[in-house]
Write a protein that binds this ligand. Structure first.
Ligand code: ZN
Length: 497
């Protein structure tokens, strides 16, 4: 392949033209100066479109339970939720795992109960996980299995109720216990699931993934993959996966371990510095001494440690704990860092951990105005202040909690989504927002330079002139990975012929 891509806006370089030879970027410069040196190359006019290095998703998940999953995002009532479950019931699965409901979107804002599930799922054990992943509802068939496995009693005791009164709503570690009761998909099913997941990413021009909370099954499947479609995959293990050395494993790289310091805003379990407006709690802090000891050891053996911390108090404690343990900020990732008040911002800018954010929460978390006191609301997702304080932000989806499409995240960081009226002043410009998606804490930054592997994407438009409200509709017209065309839109295809 000998190709001149010209009339392009190329990210981070001087010039409007990219010369490609076989799988390498041969030359970058201005067409009028360099074109004559490359006779016989096919010239493609990109008509001012942007060319970017491949994108990164710094925090995403593959759920092995997805084999039986039902997407419950966007349902507006318990009836609609039941309808979606009933479609799955007809396939006759051994289990059903629904994902993504949010009672804030229901007219009556009521949390579904086991009895709502029973009406449609009958004797198929079913669990539906809230959009945040920290709250779930189980049906009666699953409660029976929980009883047999000896995990129901603890749940009833904690609530001081009898079995008949249990509404099926469970939280945090209880969810993890119930997940252990579900049968495991086969290795082949898992590998097929991973391939489909990678394909989706490639179509958006994402080449680098940091997959979080990887357990033993997924580790085996990922470690045994030979074809990753040219993607670079970094994984952060769940401590339950046991101890592994950092570094390559088959086609993937083990980058570190991930654990939780708190819950979610949705469940009012994110640890904040005062009480929630609508519930008499300030959340929970989940990092036990035992977990801290494990993570500290992992960091000393060369792992990065990724800590989920959403509330300001959780973020503050995480910094305090690992700083005291002598772990450098560069070995620590804080996942979400959703609420960061100015005093904690100061701590972060002196400790300098990697800050992995999910801008699309700005669209989904519009109901935060009900949950947080006003003076705290000012400091949710404070991206602009973070950037101005020199923090390094990494963009990510937290898929399947939020959509996998990175352009929706970039768009949210620029437009501030539905929370715009709360702290619109925290918006980023499009260059800053895109930059968050051009790096990750495991592999670093991707760039386009002479002599490097030809990996880049051609967007449908120029990001320099696009209206903020059109960003969410951006798509790559072409994706090149390691010198190969992976995806090509019709426009470009005609020119390449
Ligand atoms: Zn996550």
């Amino acid at each position: 392949m000998r190709l001149i891509l010209t009339n392009a806006q190329i990210w981070g370089v001087e010039g409007d033209t990219l010369v490609i030879r076989e799988d390498k970027v041969e030359k970058i410069g201005f067409y009028t100066k360099i074109a004559e040196n490359f006779p016989g190359y096919k010239v493609v006019d990109l008509a001012g479109r942007s060319v970017l290095p491949p994108l990164h998703d710094s925090h995403t998940h593959i759920h092995s339970l997805e084999v039986w999953s039902v997407d419950l995002r966007g349902v507006r009532s318990v009836q609609e939720l039941q309808l979606r479950l009933s479609h799955k019931v007809r396939e006759g699965p051994p289990f059903i795992v629904g994902r993504g409901w949010d009672e804030n979107m229901f007219d009556g804002k009521e949390t579904p109960t086991r009895w709502d599930l029973d009406e449609v799922t009958k004797d198929i054990p079913t669990m539906i996980i809230r959009v945040c992943g920290h709250v779930a509802v189980v049906n009666t068939a699953l409660i029976k299995l929980m009883e047999k496995a000896g995990i129901l009693e603890k749940i009833l005791q904690a609530r001081e109720i009898s079995k008949g009164d249990f509404d099926g709503v469970i939280y945090e570690d209880e969810i993890a216990d119930v997940k252990k009761l579900l049968p495991r998909p086969s290795m082949d099913e898992l590998k097929a699931l991973i391939q489909a997941y990678l394909k989706k990413y490639v179509s958006f021009g994402v080449q680098y993934l940091n997959i979080m909370s990887v357990g033993p099954d997924l580790l085996e499947a990922l470690g045994g993959m030979t074809n990753t479609l040219g993607m670079r995959i970094g994984i952060y293990l769940d401590p339950g996966a046991g101890f592994h050395r950092p570094g390559s494993l088959g086609g993937v790289r083990i980058c570190g371990y991930k654990d939780f310091a708190d819950g979610s805003f949705g469940g009012r379990t994110a640890k904040i510095s005062e009480r929630y407006k609508d519930k008499n709690t300030s959340g929970v802090f989940l990092l036990t001494d035992e977990k801290v000891a494990f993570l500290t050891q992992a960091a000393k053996e060369g792992h990065q440690i990724a800590i989920h911390a959403i509330g300001d108090e959780a973020v503050r404690r995480v910094v305090e704990i690992f700083r005291k343990k002598g772990i450098p900020g560069n070995d620590v990732r804080i996942e979400h860092a959703s609420l960061v008040t100015p005093d904690i911002m100061k701590e972060l800018s002196s400790y300098r951990p990697h800050i992995v954010v999910q801008p699309h929460f700005l669209v989904s978390d519009w109901w935060l105005t009900n949950a947080l006191p006003k003076h705290l609301l000012r400091w949710v997702y404070p991206f602009r202040t973070m950037v101005e304080n020199g923090l390094i932000l990494y963009g990510s989806s937290d898929y399947p909690v939020e959509p996998l499409n990175p352009y929706l995240g970039i768009s949210a960081a620029v437009t501030r989504g539905l929370l715009r009226c709360v702290n619109g002043e925290e918006e980023l410009d499009i260059d800053e927002a895109v930059r968050m998606y051009l790096r990750d804490p495991c592999f670093g930054a991707s760039l386009i330079r002479e002599g490097s592997n030809a990996s880049f994407l051609v967007l449908g438009e120029s990001i320099e002139s696009i209206s903020p409200y059109d960003i969410s509709a951006l798509r790559p017209q072409a994706v090149f990975l390691n010198g190969r065309f992976i995806e090509v839109g019709e426009d470009l295809l005609n020119q390449l012929k």
